[in-house]
Ligand binder design. Structure first.
Ligand code: IFM
Length: 444
């Protein structure tokens, strides 16, 4: 399965696993500051059983064991994120020495094990002081993100192979401010428009700071969801395009073409900050690669109750993951081709996240997650076809190394190649981990 697909990739194609700070480290350790995710989880009913990332996978203490697992599987790259709240817990200029020590050890640990460090600067734990001051609806947050970038690059820049400022700007903006499903949990179209712009500005300002330090290999990580119309009426087609514009094109069009798509502007422009046009050159600075996170599709159905957008997102009858997400590998192929043709011709593409939640059962010390193995194999097959056609895809990261804190779903959803027993913190490699290991060890 996975082994058959992996043999189809060229020798220099990178395979890695991805994680993020808040989901695994444990935000109660090492002087980490509060973030808006801690605040969100404290509000009644916002996360599964009120769960937060305070303990998570105790990666703060167990990082060496975790990197050993990455290495032992045969992966050559590790995608991780820095926690802004850990590095700058109290004030924007006062660095937490324990935070520096932690990431020093982690990055050196990767290099010692021959793992290429792929870093993300922001995977969603906004320091509470910025959340309290308006978060991503406040331009100041983007400016402070640039200052934080400067601190990270001065200290760690020489050891990082690639850097992306922001993970999944759609989640940071639309999912968090329009659907209210992630911190800060707003349902406000004006706040959404501001966040949709300021997260892009934060990306651009951060790239500018990094270029100023001579940092190379800078990219962006965009999550994509395949849009399918529920019927073929012109109105449903229009709404499907609008969904695609909000979810997908807003981000790639601003980064690669320096403008927002007209169909989404018609919805959001009235709420965008005045003079937003002046930021577009900052947002659209040249990049060295583009990252795609891909999981599923949405079926777009007209819904008059949705005041601003007029549609609802539903699922069809394809096989689903434990998140209820339909499995449709060809959606990934669609986005890779569109990026390569319309937005970033010639630019290296990485699949920076792909994987599935499964209701894993630990039996006699084993987890047989066969559907996850099939999910990986099917998506790898889609990518291998495109590589064979000449598409410049350079690497693939499985989400995720460990079961972890799945945001509003708390610890109820398991995405890991490695099972976590949250009571004992015991790590148990699943059948999918062993399948990857077998495939990577027999790659040649
Ligand atoms: O767990 C998340 C990750 O933090 C961002 N991308 C999607 C994953 C699965 O929901």
């Amino acid at each position: 399965m996975i082994d058959k697909q992996i043999k189809r990739f060229p020798d220099d194609f990178s395979f890695g696993v991805a994680t993020s700070a808040y989901q695994i480290e444990g935000s109660s350790f090492g002087g980490c500051g509060r973030s808006h995710w801690d605040d969100f989880a404290d509000q009644n009913g916002k996360t599964h059983q009120g769960q937060n990332g305070a303990i998570a996978c105790e990666h703060y203490q167990r990082w060496a064991e975790d990197l050993d697992l990455v290495r032992a599987a045969g992966f050559d790259a590790y995608r991780f994120s820095f926690s802004w709240a850990r590095l700058l817990p109290e004030q924007d200029s006062q660095v937490n020495p324990a935070g520096l020590d932690f990431y020093d050890a982690l990055i050196d640990g990767m290099l010692e094990r021959g793992l290429t460090p792929f870093a993300t600067l922001y995977h969603w734990e906004l320091p509470s002081r910025h959340g309290d001051a308006g978060g991503w609806t406040n331009r100041q947050t983007a400016l402070r993100f640039a200052d934080y970038t400067d601190i990270v690059i001065r200290h760690f820049g020489d050891r990082l192979a690639t850097i992306a400022p922001v993970n999944e700007p759609w989640c940071v903006s639309w999912l968090s401010h329009y659907w209210g499903a992630h911190a800060p949990g707003l349902r406000d179209i004006a706040a959404t428009a501001q966040a949709m712009h300021y997260i892009q500005l934060a990306h651009g300002l951060s790239v500018e700071v990094m270029r100023g330090h001579g940092q190379t290999n800078l990219g962006c990580v965009l999550n994509k969801e395949f849009a399918c119309p529920a019927d073929d009426s012109p109105e449903t087609q229009r709404l499907t395009l609008l969904f695609d514009g909000i979810y997908n094109r807003w981000f790639e069009e601003s980064i690669f073409k320096g403008r927002y798509p007209d169909d989404v502007l018609a919805l959001l422009e009235a709420y965008l900050p005045q003079g937003y046009q002046q930021d577009m050159a900052t947002i659209s600075q040249p990049l060295d690669w583009v990252g795609v996170n891909y999981y599923t599709r949405s079926i777009i159905t007209p819904d008059a109750n949705e005041a601003h957008i007029g549609f609802a997102c539903t699922q069809g009858d394809l096989p689903k993951t434990d998140m209820g997400w339909e499995i449709i590998p060809e959606g990934l192929g669609f986005f890779i081709k569109r990026l390569a043709q319309d937005y970033a011709p010639g630019l290296p593409i990485y699949i920076t996240e792909n994987g599935m939640a499964h209701a894993d059962i630990l039996e006699d010390g084993r987890i047989n997650d066969a559907p996850r193995i099939a999910y990986f194999a099917d998506h790898l097959g889609e990518i291998a076809d495109l590589v064979a056609e000449g598409c410049p895809i350079k690497g693939y990261f499985a989400w995720s190394l460990l079961d972890n804190y799945e945001w509003a779903y708390g610890y109820a959803k398991r995405f890991g190649l490695v099972h976590i027993d949250y009571a004992s913190q015991k790590r148990t490699p699943k059948a999918s981990y062993l399948a990857w290991q077998n495939a990577l060890q027999n790659r040649k």
